[in-house]
Design a protein around this ligand. Sequence first.
Ligand SMILES: [Zn+2]
Length: 241
Amino acid sequence: MRLPILTYHNIGAAPAGARMPKLYVTQQAFARQCRVLRALGLRGVSMGEGLQALRAGRNGVVVLTFDDGYVDNFTHALPVLQEFGFTATCYVVAGLIGSFNAWDIEYLGVRKSLMNVDQLRAWRAAGQEIGSHTLTHPRLTSLSESEQSRELCSSKAALEQMLGEPVPHFCYPYGDESESVRRAVAAAGYESAVSTRRGLATERDDPHALPRVSINGGKGLLRFALKVATPYANLRREAVA
Ligand SMILES: [Zn+2]
């Protein structure tokens, strides 16, 4: 089976002059994409449910993931998810809860608010999932082993403390990973980790290096349908250095 794991960042209109406008999908476009999923007989689910489906070889689901934990996921994506009865996983930068995108604000020139504890708890209470995206959003391959371990373990522990439950899913900042980083992620106790490698996930994939399908603003619905319902995404499947 092939499991599409979709990557989103911001749900909302890109601010004027935004350096990476493709990171934004408007709420209207997101709702249209959910409608396409439903019309194709697909249900949007969290990573936990997607992983179970992958292991069981069960079709009919698409994993929805949101990177970084922006407030607009809570204000704009959550109402749409609820309208369609879908779930999703939001990967949170555990050291920056209630803060902003400190890791790329200089590059982007845009300050983007991150969900606070109350919003994350409400996201979870609404049946949505939370995964770890490290403590500070570093490039993990550039860190020492002890720094890596801190980013992986402390973020997991902080989120587990906040939620009162296990946090078994992880997302590599910048998709930056290597064999040793993948081993460290597994050793930290994560069940799955998603990368930015393009493609549809299969049961043969390393669960700590699952490929995803990036959904960018400004692309049409036909492209979206091709990406989720056909092997189209695999045409561009490639290893990221
Ligand atoms: Zn990120």
